[in-house]
Design a protein around this ligand. Structure first.
Ligand SMILES: Nc1ncnc2c1ncn2[C@@H]1O[C@H](COP(=O)(O)OP(=O)(O)OP(=O)(O)O)[C@@H](O)[C@H]1O
Ligand SMILES: [Mg+2]
Length: 311
């Protein structure tokens, strides 16, 4: 039976006892406590397990028939083939039991990065993205990425808003609706590429680990694509964190991942922003607290950047 709580995440105590026993066996130590971090919108178990021997691991788990299980299995496969030095934690194991699957990942210790202008974390993240996308993905990574359909390539929203414009559409969006829909329509053909794409880069999908520095987590949407996707996704996050849209727009013209491909960057930003503008207006899905509110703000941030790229 699918387990989908109407609010919050599954807890360690929701995990079937045979899977808990299997994990403790594989980890070689009983679990003394489980801590669910704040952040994210998922309903699955995503928690730090504190072990009796003092170690910590991070675990994500859900029932087999929960769509998040396929995403977790994809994430595990991706973590296993990311090149050495990639800003990601190591995969420690995948454990099926009692019609659930748990993925165990190395624990990162630290807060989410501070992407505000006052912090150096944003600059560190830009540098990581330059390094991650400056050369093609390895063959093992590309093989794993090709096993899962890219949700990034399917982003859209302006087409539906153009067909039936809502009364509360932002004036900039209203003034440019046909152009936004045209730009977004070019995205699926531009979405292909051979670079590593995290595909869901937000502050809550990063941890500033005390030893490793900024590290990307939640690789469930990882795929291959043009170099610009993660850098362009980061841009609205920085606006949400307090950066001026003009500064971020300027940065996009300078960063290697986006500067070399302005047309693709604009098409992607249009598709992503259209997705947010459309989805922010939909009823909230169960178990995804705060998602619509986030999309509402992200939609405005994306549009503020896009405004500098529209004619
Ligand atoms: N390896 C890790 N070590 C420590 N904390 C982590 C680790 N991976 C993720 N986290 C923390 O757990 C939270 C949830 O993890 P993650 O984003 O992978 O789960 P999710 O259910 O896929 O999230 P989402 O809600 O974004 O879909 C993250 O926001 C982060 O704070
Ligand atoms: Mg997440």
């Amino acid at each position: 039976m699918p387990v989908t709580p109407t609010s919050g995440r599954l807890q360690w105590t929701d995990v079937p006892p045979p899977l808990r026993a299997r994990l403790e066996d594989a980890l070689g130590s009983p679990v003394t406590s489980a801590v669910t971090p704040k952040g994210g919108f998922g309903h699955q178990l995503a928690a730090t397990l504190n072990l009796a021997d003092g170690r910590q691991v991070f675990v994500k788990a859900a029932p087999d028939d929960d769509p998040l299980t396929a995403a977790n299995v994809h994430e595990a496969a991706v973590l296993d083939v990311l090149p050495p030095g990639a800003p990601a934690p190591e995969l420690l194991g995948i454990h099926p039991a009692a019609d659930w699957i748990a993925v165990v990942i190395a624990h990162l210790d630290g807060p989410h990065p501070d992407l505000s202008p006052a912090s150096g974390d944003a600059a560190q993240t830009w540098a990581l993205l330059d390094k991650l996308t400056s050369s093609p993905a390895t063959a093992p990574y590309a093989a794993v990425a090709s096993n899962a359909p890219s949700t990034t390539a399917a982003l859209h929203g302006w087409d539906e808003l153009l067909a039936d414009p809502p009364g509360d559409l932002a004036p900039v969006a209203r003034a440019h609706l046909p152009q936004l829909a045209e730009l977004e329509a070019t995205w699926p053909t531009l979405a292909h590429g051979n670079r590593i794409v995290h595909g869901d880069l937000r502050a809550d999908n990063m941890v500033r680990d005390h030893n490793r520095g900024v590290t990307f987590v939640d690789w469930a949407h990882a795929t291959t694509g043009p170099a610009c996707i993660d850098a362009a996704s980061l841009a609205p996050q920085l606006v949400l964190a307090g950066h001026a849209p003009a500064d971020i727009s300027h940065l996009l013209h300078q960063h290697p991942a986006t500067a070399t491909n302005p047309e693709t960057t604009t098409a992607f930003l249009a598709a992503l922003t259209g997705h947010w503008h459309r989805n922010a207006r939909k009823p909230a899905p169960p178990g995804a607290l705060g998602l619509r509110n986030y999309q509402h703000h992200a939609a405005a941030a994306g549009l503020a950047i896009l405004d500098y790229r529209l004619s």
